[in-house]
Design a protein around this ligand. Structure first.
Ligand code: BEZ
Ligand code: FE
Length: 304
């Protein structure tokens, strides 16, 4: 037993901090907190963190809190740019087993997108080259899934998501679609363009200080929810995009990269309303089964 007047060694400080969680009633919380303190102390010891460096770190965390609000999520940007989001994804989905692979949600998901009709346009104002996206949602054994919900969102050719763009209507470039009896879906979008993640805050300062860039390859986000199936959070990446090999958030998986076929303005197969050249992507989205009757979709602490 150490008396309060005895000077503690670094190892003893760590042991005291770890032991302070010993009576945590929830076993998983206890495991996580004790491991967190163990690894955090090991990191501080390993790099010999100075008082000045620790004060700088606290200032970075404070700046992260100050810049974060309902429309800007700097904590998610840290998770994404440090590779934690993709590590959590890899641990959660060690093997796709024939299902469509998952990737990160990102900070620009906004719940409650409008439910739109088959074939509807998610662009509420001019946003780039029209893209016709269609396909089928099915389960691992090939059975079409009727009534699955696709929740889609993307940036426009100004690089911005609606939630970042004060000039865009709130529901611009986002929407929800239900699959028909054959599991089919279709919607109009725009060909996505590469964009920079927000780099005017602490994460941007980290990227600049370390010689990293803020670019992501062009993609459309899709979340697919269906009863009896695991919710799928994924991207449709454009095979012709820059930055497929150096995505700043490490989120590209080869199976998620797709060729958007170029179509002429006078192509007889063009969907209603398209009068210029356009691109087309046909894609099957395959869901893994889930033991949960309605797999909850968790978004930054909110469960839908
Ligand atoms: C996104 O894909 O929307 C995204 C992901 C990580 C950081 C910033 C944006
Ligand atoms: Fe994105």
């Amino acid at each position: 037993m150490t008396s309060s007047s005895t000077r503690l060694s670094p190892t003893e400080i760590t042991r005291q901090a770890v032991d302070s969680f010993a009576a945590t009633p929830d076993a998983r919380s206890r495991e996580i907190l004790q491991s967190l303190v163990t690894h955090l102390h090991a990191f501080v010891t390993d790099v010999g963190l100075t008082e000045r460096e620790w004060a700088d770190a606290v200032a970075v965390l404070t700046a992260t809190g100050h810049i974060t609000d309902d429309r800007r999520q700097e904590f998610v940007l840290w998770s994404d740019t440090l590779g934690v989001s993709m590590l959590v994804d890899a641990l959660a989905h060690p093997s796709p087993g024939g299902a469509t692979e998952s990737t990160i949600l990102g900070p620009f998901y906004v719940p409650g997108s409008p439910l739109r009709e088959h074939g509807a346009d998610i662009a509420e104002q001019e946003a780039g080259t029209p893209a016709w996206i269609r396909g089928r949602v099915r389960s691992l054994d090939g059975t079409p899934i009727a009534g699955a919900e696709l929740d889609v969102w993307q940036n426009g050719d100004n690089e911005l998501y609606a939630v970042q763009d004060p000039d865009a209507p709130d529901d611009h470039l986002r929407g929800r679609f239900l699959t028909d009896d054959d599991g089919g879906f279709s919607f109009r979008a725009v060909r996505p363009v590469p964009y920079r993640i927000p780099d005017d805050g602490p994460v941007g300062r980290m990227l600049a200080a370390t010689g990293r860039h803020p670019w992501r390859p062009a993609h459309i986000h899709v979340v697919v929810r269906a009863a009896g199936h695991a919710t799928l959070t994924t991207h449709l990446f454009d095979a012709e995009s820059h930055h497929l090999h150096d995505d700043t958030v490490f989120a590209v998986k080869p199976t998620l990269v797709h060729s958007f076929a170029a179509r002429a303005a006078d192509d007889p197969a063009r969907p209603p309303g398209i009068e210029e050249s356009w691109v087309e992507l046909e894609i099957d989205l395959v869901l893994a089964p889930s033991d949960h009757p309605a797999d909850p979709f968790v978004d930054g602490g909110r469960t839908h």
